[in-house]
Design a protein around this ligand. Structure first.
Ligand SMILES: NC(=O)c1ccc[n+]([C@@H]2O[C@H](COP(=O)([O-])OP(=O)(O)OC[C@H]3O[C@@H](n4cnc5c(N)ncnc54)[C@H](O)[C@@H]3O)[C@@H](O)[C@H]2O)c1
Ligand SMILES: O=C(O)C(=O)C[C@@H](O)[C@H](O)[C@H](O)COP(=O)(O)O
Ligand SMILES: [Zn+2]
Length: 374
C-alpha cells in the first residue's frame, strides 16, 4: 500500500506517491500522467543506482524502453558542465517538446534533471523517481531545481514542478547508511520548523527509523513531505513562509561551498547549520536550554556531526551570497521552540561568527569518530 500526497500550487498539481513496490508498474503509472503516447522517455540516472535497480526499473516498460542517460552522482557533479552534456545527449537522441525525462536517483540528479527539463527547448515535462532518503523526504517535491556554482550552492536554477513523484522506499535498501542519516536531517529540520509530532516521533523511534523499518521510514518520509507540501502550497516561489524550509541552510550551504562540495553531504552540512541557528536562537531567548538540548541530541542521533575544514570568516562571508538575501536585508531562519520557526532580518555578522566558532569548538576529530565507531 502506498501513500498519496497531493501538491496544489498556482502553477502545478501533482501527486507524490510513497511506498514499496512502485517500480513494478512505473511505465503504466507514467503513461497515465499524459496524453502523448508516442512521447519519448529519457531516464537520467547514475552508474551506482543503475547497477542496483535497472532491472526492476525497466521491467514495466516492455517493448518501449526509455533511453538511458547516465551521469556521475554526487555534489561535485551538480554543475553546468553536466547539464550541457545531458542537453547535448537529449538533442542527439532526438528529444522534442513531447519528451519526458525521468529523474532516477538522489537529490543531485533530481535537481539537475528538473533544471534540464526546465531549459531544454524552453521547457519539457519530467517525473521524479527519487532513490535516496533525502530525495524522497525533500528534494523531489516542490519544484526547486538547479545546480551549483563555485561561488555558491544552487546559484542557478528554476522553479519547475514534476508531473508526479514516485518514491519507492524499496530502493532505500541499497543506500549507504551515511546517506540515509544525512537525508533524515531534512526530516529533523521538518520537525523543528513545523511539525512537533514528527520531531517527537523521530526522537522515540530513532533505532527503527535508522534500521530502515518500513513502517517507521514511510511515516517519517510522508510526514516530512506533507509538511513541505503545505508550505509550498502557501508560498510556491519562496517570498515568505517557504524560507522556513531553509533552516540550517544559510550556513550549511556556506559550508558546502567553502569545502568545494567535497567534505560533507548536504544533510551533514545542514546538520551543522541547524546547530548554529539553534545557538543563535538560544542567545535571543527564542528556545530554552531544554529545547536546545533536545534539538542538538536529535541532530546528533541522526549524525554523527562530521568534522570539516574551513575558515570561519570565509563561511560568514559566504552567507552573504544566500539567495534569501535581498538588497535591504540578510535573512536567516531561526527556530522558535520546537515545531515553529521564523525569518529574521537582523542576524549580525558578529552573531554568525560566534555561532560558527562554536561549531569548531565542538567538532569531533576524525580520530574521535573512528573511536566511536570501533
Ligand atoms: N530541490 C530541493 O528542494 C532540494 C531539497 C533538499 C536537497 N536538495 C539537494 O539535494 C542534493 C542532495 O541529494 P542526495 O542527498 O540525494 O545526494 P545524491 O543525489 O548525491 O545521492 C547520494 C549518493 O547516493 C547514491 N545513491 C542514490 N540512490 C541510491 C540507492 N538507492 N542505492 C545506493 N546508492 C544510491 C548516489 O549515486 C550518490 O552517490 C543536494 O544537492 C541538495 O542541494 C534539493
Ligand atoms: O524546497 C525548499 O524551499 C528548500 O529550501 C528545501 C531545502 O532542503 C533544499 O536544500 C533546497 O534546495 C534549498 O534551496 P535554496 O533555494 O536555498 O538553494
Ligand atoms: Zn536541504
Amino acid at each position: 500500500m502506498s501513500t498519496a500526497i497531493e501538491v496544489r500550487t498556482p502553477s502545478a498539481n501533482y501527486t507524490v506517491h510513497i511506498g514499496p513496490g512502485l517500480l513494478a508498474d512505473l511505465a503504466q503509472r507514467i503513461a497515465a500522467l499524459h496524453t502523448t503516447p508516442k512521447a519519448k522517455l529519457f531516464v537520467v540516472t547514475s552508474p551506482v543506482i543503475w547497477s542496483h535497480w535497472s532491472e526492476r526499473f525497466l521491467a514495466s516498460f516492455g517493448g518501449t524502453q526509455p533511453v538511458v542517460l547516465q551521469v556521475l552522482a554526487g555534489e561535485q557533479y551538480k554543475r553546468f558542465s553536466t547539464l550541457e552534456s545531458l542537453a547535448e545527449q537529449l538533442a542527439e537522441h532526438g528529444a522534442d517538446r513531447d519528451s519526458i525525462l525521468i529523474a532516477f536517483g538522489g537529490g543531485v540528479l533530481g535537481d539537475m534533471t528538473g533544471f534540464l527539463a526546465a531549459i531544454y527547448m524552453r521547457g519539457i515535462r519530467y517525473v521524479q523517481v527519487p532513490t535516496t532518503a533525502l530525495a524522497q523526504i525533500d528534494s523531489s517535491v516542490g519544484g526547486k531545481t538547479g545546480a551549483n556554482l563555485a561561488a555558491g550552492k544552487n546559484l542557478i536554477g528554476s522553479f519547475h514542478h514534476p508531473l508526479a513523484v514516485f518514491a519507492d522506499i524499496d530502493t532505500l535498501s541499497t543506500l549507504p547508511e551515511n546517506e540515509l542519516r544525512a537525508g533524515l536531517q531534512e526530516s529533523v529540520k521538518a520537525g523543528i520548523i513545523r511539525d512537533r509530532e514528527l520531531f517527537d516521533y523521530m526522537e522515540a523511534h530513532t533505532a527503527a527509523i535508522l534500521a530502515g523499518n518500513h513502517e517507521a521510514l514511510t511515516r517519517v518520509i510522508a510526514d516530512s513531505v506533507q509538511m513541505k507540501v503545505n508550505v509550498v502550497a502557501e508560498d510556491e516561489f519562496e517570498t515568505g513562509v517557504r524560507m522556513l524550509l531553509n533552516l540550517g541552510h544559510t550556513l550549511g550551504h556556506a559550508i558546502e561551498a567553502a569545502t568545494r562540495y567535497e567534505q560533507l553531504l548536504h544533510g551533514e552540512a545542514i546538520a551543522w547549520g541547524m546547530i548554529a541557528a539553534t545557538s543563535i536562537a538560544q542567545k535571543r531567548g527564542m528556545v530554552t536550554s531544554a529545547q536546545v538540548e533536545r534539538i542538538t541530541n536529535l541532530v546528533r542521533a541522526y549524525g554523527p556531526l562530521k568534522p570539516f575544514t574551513a575558515d570561519v570568516h570565509e563561511l560568514v562571508s559566504l552567507t552573504a551570497k544566500d539567495k534569501k538575501n535581498r538588497s535591504d536585508s540578510r535573512r536567516f531562519i531561526l527556530p522558535v521552540g520546537i515545531g515553529d520557526a521564523t525569518v529574521v532580518r537582523d542576524v549580525t555578522e558578529a552573531e554568525l561568527t560566534v555561532a560558527t566558532e562554536e561549531l569548531f569548538a565542538q567538532m569531533p576529530t576524525r580520530e574521535d569518530l573512528a573511536e566511536a565507531n570501533a
